[in-house]
Design a binder for this molecule. Structure first.
Ligand code: NDP
Length: 270
């Protein structure tokens, strides 16, 4: 019980109580929050952290059924998996989600900003709503979650934020001006925030996947998919697990000197 109180103190205030005894410190697993963590790449990321025994919070927005199924599945191996519903484009909901996590777990060590949508279309035909929805979720959602979590991480002087961008945000893709703008914004946001938070021991990085085999890619036309395959040097789409592996690396101690970077996982497309 004594050591539990010390751990609580350590986690809550980010420093040692006067009577701190190193021998009695129990190293606790990380608390990891993955936005849009119930399908596609997000599902692979939550599964990878859950399999390592971390406490994992799966955020979802409009698909509670999918989130419940994943929770049931992961809970067979790791009982520290939880769900939090919040629309990342709404700061009030994001703040409430962070408060819930803090009340239950006392800290957040890793935030993976993965939630994202596509609303493809050429500029001249793109309704304002498709522009706005993509920017609100893919870019402003990252701002909301990073803002709410950095308050928690700064007080503990540690943390890792990983933002899922896209190759589209580096090269730009026709029919994706909204998506390219949002994902390019995420890369610039990552660079700027890494400089703001480095002094507090917080690392901020991004991953830019190429074409990964998920429902999001299923929604593209066969013609677009064939065009991609033609140009990918590895001649296949990526697997969600291959993106999750890069995320896990960036969250690990092995990446302790990496911040402000964007790592591509694109089969050589970039
Ligand atoms: P999916 O469509 O499979 O998953 C998207 C996830 O985002 C869902 O779990 C969804 O949850 C969640 N989401 C959507 N809107 C919101 C919201 N407002 N608030 C909270 N969560 C939300 O996509 P992918 O797995 O393919 O993509 C994951 C990320 O990777 C995205 O950021 C995407 O842009 C990026 N990416 C994907 C690539 C690919 O080839 N698949 C390539 C490059 C980048 P719910 O259904 O509950 O709303």
């Amino acid at each position: 019980m004594g050591s539990d109180i010390w751990i609580y103190y350590y986690n809550r205030f980010g420093r040692r109580p006067a009577e701190f005894n190193e021998d009695r410190l129990v190293i606790m697993n990380r608390v990891v929050l993955v936005t849009g963590g119930s399908s596609g790449i997000g599902k692979a990321i939550t599964s990878a952290f859950a399999e390592s025994g971390d406490t994992v919070v799966i955020n979802f927005s409009s698909s509670p059924g999918k989130a419940e199924v994943l929770l049931n599945d992961l809970s067979k191996k790791n009982r520290s998996v939880f769900l939090e519903r919040a629309d990342v484009s709404d700061y009030t909901q994001v703040k409430k989600m962070m408060n819930n996590i803090m009340e239950k777990h006392g800290r957040i060590d890793v935030l993976v900003n993965n939630a994202g949508i596509v609303r493809d279309g050429f500029l001249l035909l793109m309704p304002e709503k498709d522009w706005k929805d993509v920017i609100d979720i893919n870019l402003t959602g990252v701002f909301h979650c990073a803002k709410a979590v950095s308050e928690v991480m700064i007080s503990r002087r540690s943390g890792v934020i990983i933002n899922i961008s896209s190759l589209s945000g580096i090269t730009g893709l026709p029919g994706q001006v909204n998506y390219s703008a949002a994902k390019g914004g995420v890369i610039a946001f990552t660079r700027a925030l890494s400089k703001e938070l480095a002094a507090f021991g917080i690392r901020v990085n991004a991953v830019a996947p190429g074409v990964i085999d998920t429902e999001l890619v299923d929604s593209l036309s066969e013609k677009v998919k064939a065009g991609f395959l033609d140009n990918i040097p590895l001649k296949r789409f990526g697997r969600p697990e291959e993106v999750a592996a890069v995320v896990k690396f960036l969250a690990s101690e092995e990446a302790s000197y990496i911040t402000g970077e964007t790592i591509c996982a694109s089969g050589g497309l970039h």
